[in-house]
Design a binder for this molecule. Structure first.
Ligand code: 5GP
Length: 178
């Protein structure tokens, strides 16, 4: 697999191999099974970026659960006021155990907005499972109990994550070269 990839005149270098990502997803599936297998949770998949992670993770969970898709648009470098809901949860979340399935948590702004909405909708609890986590830039109040891999605060693409709509199909994770 290519060590470097160029998209829109930007150069990206391979950061994490597919095997490393797969092992992290397996480990998250084990932890989520341990903690939620008797709680019939609702998995809220955050589109678009989480679609590949969600497909890999959810097929490793063999207990009863519901899946719903949400979409929220965030504008880089802005605060929660600049988040726009494009697709809201289409299920009744009253008294449900909810897990937000995220591709990546950076500042946590998006996550906090989703969390607030879920609690407003009457959920019993709301946790997050994010594959990639940037702890150095995270400013959210919610503790991230389920994450796959911590990464440095650089822009990454691949495994669902895009740059201007491209790169989501890459099986590895690539980081923008400085
Ligand atoms: P946050 O609100 O936590 O700052 O950012 C969350 C959202 O910003 C993610 O769901 C993702 O859409 C986008 N994002 C944050 N960091 C990256 C990154 O390194 N690469 C890409 N492609 N998107 C990112």
């Amino acid at each position: 697999m290519a060590k470097y990839i160029e998209i829109d005149k930007k150069r990206f270098v391979k950061l994490l191999a597919p095997d490393t990502i797969a092992a992290a997803v397996r480990s998250m599936a084990n932890n989520i099974t341990r903690d939620f297998s008797h709680k019939s949770p609702v998995m809220l998949v955050v589109l678009n970026g989480s679609f590949i992670f969600a497909a890999d993770l959810l097929r490793q969970l063999d207990f009863p659960l519901d899946i719903s898709f949400i979409k929220i648009k965030s504008y880089a470098g802005t605060t929660q006021q600049n988040l726009v809901w494009e697709l809201e949860p289409d299920m009744n979340l009253q008294n449900r155990t909810v897990i937000i399935i995220e591709d990546i948590v950076d500042t946590g702004n998006t996550l906090m907005a989703i969390h607030e909405k879920v609690i407003q909708m009457g959920a019993l609890s709301c946790d997050v499972a994010t594959l990639f986590f940037k702890p150095d830039t995270y400013r959210g109040r919610l503790q991230i109990l389920y994450f796959g891999l911590q990464i440095a605060p650089a822009f990454v693409i691949g495994y669902g994550l895009d740059v201007n709509g491209k790169g989501r199909n890459l099986p590895a994770l690539y980081q923008l070269e400085k």
